[in-house]
Design a protein around this ligand. Structure first.
Ligand SMILES: CC(C)(COP(=O)(O)OP(=O)(O)OC[C@H]1O[C@@H](n2cnc3c(N)ncnc32)[C@H](O)[C@@H]1OP(=O)(O)O)[C@@H](O)C(=O)NCCC(=O)NCCS
Length: 184
């Protein structure tokens, strides 16, 4: 199986259905931290539901759609990145990410997302990559800006969490903009 070194011994490699047990253990460490910021279907409580997430992505990847990659530290998952959506016909994809609390602040996501961007633009010829997050998700906004993404506007009252509504900011980067972005 392929894996890419991100930094400090942490590697990025695909998450597959047979990783359900270790993915569920990771979710136990990450759940409370990520719940306000990611889609509710991604935050699971059981091994079976964790496996269902992995199966959903595996099915999408089989048709050249969404894909899921884990950040691995010596056999443990500490977070990951994904193509939330991947449309080669239109040349558009969306990237997302998450980390468990102990992995925050180490530069793992910026570097990993850059790897996905390089693959999407250079190997797959995509034209546009999107990034969506709650406007008050400062760390996610910082990742988008660090990678040279441009804010395209706010989807007002488009995110629901715990009975409250929040705004979503949409960022994007185009292929010609990415090629001139400094590598991290
Ligand atoms: C969004 C999220 C993944 C970002 O994590 P992050 O650790 O801030 O992002 P990175 O991995 O790119 O790390 C950047 C940080 O590492 C620091 N860093 C440390 N060593 C570094 C290195 N060698 N290279 C680059 N940055 C480094 C940077 O200075 C930066 O910290 P700062 O913002 O305090 O200055 C994380 O906050 C999270 O899991 N949030 C909850 C889930 C979520 O919001 N998902 C996204 C939904 S849209």
């Amino acid at each position: 199986m392929f894996e890419a070194v991100v930094r400090d011994g942490i590697v990025l490699k695909p998450l597959e259905t047979w990783h359900a047990d270790v993915f569920a253990e990771h979710m136990n460490r990450a759940r409370d931290h990520i719940r306000p910021w990611v889609g509710p279907a991604f935050v699971t409580d059981t091994v079976e539901d964790a496996r269902a997430t992995l199966q959903r992505y595996a099915t999408a990847a089989a048709t050249d759609g969404a894909r899921l990659y884990g950040l691995w530290d010596d056999g443990q998952i500490v977070g990951g990145v994904m193509f939330v959506a991947f449309d080669p016909a239109w040349g558009i994809c969306e990237i997302g990410c998450w980390l468990e609390p102990d992995a925050v602040g180490k530069g793992l996501i910026t570097r990993s997302v850059q790897m996905l961007m390089d693959w999407a633009f250079l190997e797959r010829g995509m034209s546009r990559i999107e990034w969506r997050c709650r406007t008050d998700n400062d760390r996610s906004v910082a990742v988008a800006r660090r990678l040279g993404m441009r804010s395209e506007g706010i989807l007002r009252s488009s995110w629901v969490y715990d009975g409250n509504r929040y705004d979503t900011e949409v960022f994007s980067i185009l292929r010609n903009e990415s090629l001139s972005t400094a590598r991290l």
